[in-house]
Design a protein around this ligand. Structure first.
Ligand SMILES: Nc1ncnc2c1ncn2[C@@H]1O[C@H](COP(=O)(O)OP(=O)(O)O)[C@@H](O)[C@H]1O
Ligand SMILES: [Mg+2]
Length: 371
């Protein structure tokens, strides 16, 4: 008897609903090889319906290749791409209903804004009146009503990227795929656009996959972040998971700034260049210790606050950055980078001052040393 016969219609329906929401997009052992090297190496990933997922990693780790396989622009070597329970692995790109936004905008320069946005609908053979209504709606969404007749060259970078976003959204895509869409914009505009993209995506409830090498962007925008390294997933979690509970040294160092020290584990403690500190789990042998600069307290020499770990040191460099000040503190053979918020007094601790550093066990992350 086939297995399906044992499944009651109700159970079957629940299973289908789970597939439609918790695993709206499902990558299964997705792989892309170029010659001997795997650009994407057996990636498994489930994305919920309506979720905003950021794929974060250094240049060359396989983010764009993953996104392009989902879009159908790069053929897979192995594995499956399933959307809403349907295997799209071998479906041609124009039948996948993916909305794509690239770093380079990729607008048609000789066409008006309205024509650029209408393009996908015309390809689908939609009636002229419906196209007009949908284009107007999409341009309103990205606050470009009134710009219909302009050419891309007559718009700022931010406006061009909003046209690209409207063009992707106008088809009401199953999934919005964004590949470093903010990387060509200047810093201030980039931050504004983060909120704008997130607001639009929330309002529409569109499932979105956002590729970036910028950890700030990933942490501030995403519901969940996938950290990739060399074609593989290192860790998937909420921004807080990745920042506070990194599972690998790679994730700890890539997500947020951190001190990194080679050390030697001796049970409950680790020795780092003459400084002994307690750590969250027993370790032995060569380890890598990471402590976030802003989780270290800086007090005067001899002032010892109640905390798990302490080190006596001397300020060797002071770097003022407006909102924060960074101190490099020589303690034993190690140099600790310590970050403090500034206040209106503007008082900085000067180079040569003797200080005490304090930090907690929870902020003393230890990892196996890389072989
Ligand atoms: N068409 C191609 N031919 C050969 N190698 C490629 C090709 N496209 C990408 N690669 C390689 O695959 C790896 C992943 O590239 P990519 O997905 O573009 O990374 P990312 O977007 O994370 O920077 C890189 O090592 C890159 O050189
Ligand atoms: Mg890329």
């Amino acid at each position: 008897m086939p297995a399906e016969d044992h499944v009651s219609p109700v159970t079957k329906q629940n299973a289908d609903e789970t597939a439609a929401t918790d695993r709206f997009l499902s990558l299964q052992a997705l792989t892309k090889r170029y010659g001997d090297t795997a650009a994407v190496d057996a990636v498994d990933l489930d994305v919920r319906k309506g979720e905003f997922l950021a794929m974060l990693g250094p240049s060359g780790c396989g983010k764009t290749t993953t996104l392009r396989m989902i879009a159908g622009l790069v053929p897979t070597t192995a594995g499956q791409i399933v959307v809403a329970g349907r295997d799209l692995t071998n479906v041609p790109p124009y039948q996948r209903d993916m909305g794509l936004v690239f770093q380079s905008y990729a607008l048609f320069p000789h066409m008006s804004v309205a024509a650029n946005v209408a393009f996908g609908l015309e390809m689908r053979g939609m009636a002229k009146a419906d196209i007009r209504a949908r284009v107007a709606e999409a341009l309103q969404l990205v606050r470009l009503t009134g710009y219909e007749d302009r050419r891309p060259g007559q718009l700022s970078g931010g406006q061009q990227q909003r046209v690209a976003l409207a063009r992707a959204l106008v088809i009401r895509p199953l999934i919005l795929l964004l590949d470093e869409p903010l990387s060509n914009l200047d810093a201030k505009l980039r931050e504004e656009m983060r909120n704008e993209i997130r607001d639009i995506q929330r309002r529409l409830g569109t499932t979105a996959l956002f590729v970036t090498h910028d950890q700030d962007e990933a942490l501030t925008m995403a519901d969940r972040v996938v950290v990739m390294n060399k074609g593989r997933i290192e860790q998937t979690g909420t921004p807080e998971d990745l920042y506070e509970r990194p599972r690998t040294a790679f994730v700890a160092a890539f997500v947020g700034r951190t001190n990194r020290f080679p050390g030697t584990g001796a049970g409950e403690v680790v020795h780092v260049g003459g400084v002994t500190m307690r750590c969250a789990r027993p370790v032995s042998g060569p380890v890598e210790v990471m402590i976030r600069p802003h989780r270290i307290h800086l007090d005067g020499a001899g002032e010892r606050r109640a905390d798990d770990n302490h080190a006596a040191g001397t300020i060797i460099r002071t770097t003022y950055a407006g909102n924060v000040v960074q101190y490099d503190v020589q303690a034993g053979d190690a140099v600790f980078n310590v970050e403090q918020s500034t206040d209106a007094t503007g008082a900085l601790v000067s180079v040569g001052t003797a200080v005490t550093l304090s930090w907690s066990v929870a902020n003393t992350l230890v990892f196996e040393a890389a072989p």
